[in-house]
Design a protein around this ligand. Structure first.
Ligand SMILES: [Ca+2]
Ligand SMILES: [Ca+2]
Length: 336
């Protein structure tokens, strides 16, 4: 064999080897699942509230997945919403399956979502190692043939619930005045329903100033403890009915155990309350509306103008008739 023919043979062999390897590579099965979790909110005020979690489940692999299960350790039974576009109960590579779950979150909570599925070939599971756990409903992943077995993914999400709160209750005295108005005293009662003391306390009123501290700081440390009730007042003259709004504001107090961090920023909270004072608009309670002279409606005026035109037209026709009669009468007489 010549060197030239030998080279050609080697090249051909390499080509065949490369194409076979390529065929095997493209045929390599890769089962994979991914879940991404989001929430309607990740930050709630003191006391918490309702949160809806959304789970987007995808298939980054190249094998269809069946027996899809989505679980959340802090929310019962996420429900399938949409995504199985070809309606075959299998999660294909180009599908995004959406699940939802709603729950009340009362304290800061970390949720862990788990999505699981099993590779499917045709109508059957690809591997007999994939068995559903009777307790959790989740496929088992510990079969001897993990490459062909079921797959799962998890995603964590934390919803923060504030531990700080302030509450203001506003009362007007009196709430109703005689005509002309008078002096009203507004009283603002501040409490701290949260779990931590608050500093930098401020109370403002959008229609009364100044709002002055009266009492309540039992230990005289300028900090609103959860056990304290602070009273503020504001006095003003009210002459017409008004509704005004009070705003109370307070901030987390820096504690000794978390000292000189320059990045430390206090968490601040606020609350509002409204009060209404009514003042009659006249002394007799009778409305100030008087009977204004009434002009005839526009249609009447137009109609009147139309009548006038008609009369003029009739008068002209009568005149014309008289003139014709006057001219013709002698001629008729002459014929006789
Ligand atoms: Ca599908
Ligand atoms: Ca205090």
């Amino acid at each position: 064999m010549s060197l030239r023919r030998f080279g050609a043979l080697v090249g051909a062999c390499m080509l065949v080897f490369a194409s076979v390897a390529s065929a095997f590579a493209s045929d390599e099965r890769k089962a994979e699942i991914k879940v991404e979790k989001s929430a309607t909110t990740v930050s709630l005020p003191f006391g918490g509230g309702e949160v809806t979690f959304t789970y987007a489940v995808t298939n980054p692999g190249n094998v269809d997945l069946g027996d899809i299960v989505v679980l959340d350790n802090k929310c019962d039974a996420p429900a399938y919403l949409s995504g199985d576009s070809n309606d075959d109960s299998k999660l294909q590579h180009d599908e995004i399956w959406i699940y939802l779950c709603t729950t009340d979150v009362e304290v800061t909570t970390e949720n862990v979502a788990t999505a699981a599925g099993c590779p499917i070939q045709g109508e059957a599971r690809h591997s007999e190692t994939c068995v559903t756990n009777e307790e959790t409903g989740c496929p088992s992943f510990n079969g001897p043939d993990n490459d062909q077995g079921c797959v799962k993914d998890t995603d964590k999400l934390t919803v923060e619930v504030s531990e700080f709160a302030i509450a203001v209750d506003k009362v007007a005295n009196p709430t109703a005045l005689a005509f002309g108005g008078g002096t009203v005293v507004f009283t603002y009662t501040l409490t701290n329903p949260g779990e931590h003391a608050l500093g930098d306390i401020e109370v403002t009123d959008d229609m009364c100033s100044p709002v002055a501290y009266v009492s309540g700081d039992a230990n005289v440390d300028s900090i609103l403890q959860t056990s304290e009730t602070w009273i503020f007042t504001c006095t003003k003259s009210v002459t017409v009915t008004e509704t005004n709004t009070a705003t109370a504001h307070g901030c987390q107090v820096k504690e000794d155990k978390s000292p000189s961090s320059k990045d430390w920023k206090p968490e601040c909270v606020s609350d509002t309350d409204q009060a209404t004072v009514t003042v009659p608009s006249s002394s007799g309670g009778v409305g100030g509306v008087t009977d204004a002279p009434t002009l005839p409606p526009t249609s009447t005026i137009v109609s009147g103008a139309g009548s006038s035109d008609s009369m003029t037209w009739i008068a002209m026709m009568l005149g014309l008739f008289a003139a014709v009669t006057f001219i013709l009468t002698p001629r008729l007489g002459r014929r006789r």
